[in-house]
Design a protein around this ligand. Structure first.
Ligand SMILES: Cc1cc2nc3c(=O)[nH]c(=O)nc-3n(C[C@H](O)[C@H](O)[C@H](O)COP(=O)(O)O)c2cc1C
Length: 204
């Protein structure tokens, strides 16, 4: 990582001022800023603006760019913007709670907007190939009762799969799971994982 690390922060929790995952995101950003002073952070709050796949979107996506109608181009504009944000970033920080054993619907909608054949992945004779290269993603996940990696966790492996699918191999999960059991211990556990990952000497 270099001193000009460009970070895209994506927040998925519906909670605005009381979100544990967002608070952990703030802590991670503060820690990183101490290590990478030139770091730039762009923020995307999925509760402010999101869009869903519909028939026009699907048709537009499978129409070659030079043949798209104005309506089709307009329909893909939001997806294009989200993908540009990803392309511009060296580093993605995703903060998300577990909702109903998986991820919030807003985050699923974001994933549907950024997984685009021919844009963020393509098919080859060896199967799909991710097209976003040389990026790292830090995923912060909070849960109430479900331990991550337990049979009821349909969030963490899914998110890892999605990022690998679009070419991002450097994937780190900072977990504050089972917060309803011992919130302080769980929160501290995530902070400790961050401290391990971002010790001051990681700047070298
Ligand atoms: C709508 C909703 C669904 C939830 N579903 C689950 C769940 O399936 N499993 C779980 O362990 N916790 C669940 N929780 C608890 C949250 O994951 C937990 O409180 C988390 O810390 C919230 O993070 P946040 O404060 O960043 O929103 C749910 C919370 C909400 C609001």
């Amino acid at each position: 990582m270099n001193l000009k690390t460009r970070v895209l922060r994506v927040d998925a929790s519906a909670s605005v001022n009381t979100s544990n995952s967002k608070k952990l995101g703030d802590a991670l950003i503060s820690r990183m800023e101490a290590i990478f002073p030139g770091m730039q952070v762009q923020q995307r709050d999925l509760n402010e603006d999101i869009s869903f796949i519909d028939e026009i979107w699907v048709g537009a996506n499978f129409t070659p760019p030079e043949e798209r109608s104005e309506m089709q181009k307009n329909r893909l504009e939001f997806s294009d913007r989200l993908i540009d944000e990803l392309r511009h970033a060296d580093h993605i920080i995703l903060t998300t709670p577990m909702y109903n054993f998986s991820i919030p619907a807003t985050l699923k909608a974001w994933i549907d907007m950024i997984c685009r054949a021919g844009v963020t992945f393509q098919y080859s004779t060896d199967g799909p190939v991710g097209l976003l290269k040389n990026k790292r993603v830090d995923i912060i996940i909070t849960t109430g009762g479900v331990p991550l990696q337990s049979p009821a966790d349909f969030a963490s492996n899914y998110l890892e799969q999605v990022f690998r699918f679009i070419g991002i191999e450097d994937i780190n999960i900072f977990a504050a799971d089972q917060m309803s059991v011992d919130a302080d211990a769980s929160y501290q556990n995530a902070l400790d994982q961050m401290a391990q990952s971002y010790a001051v000497n990681t700047a070298a």
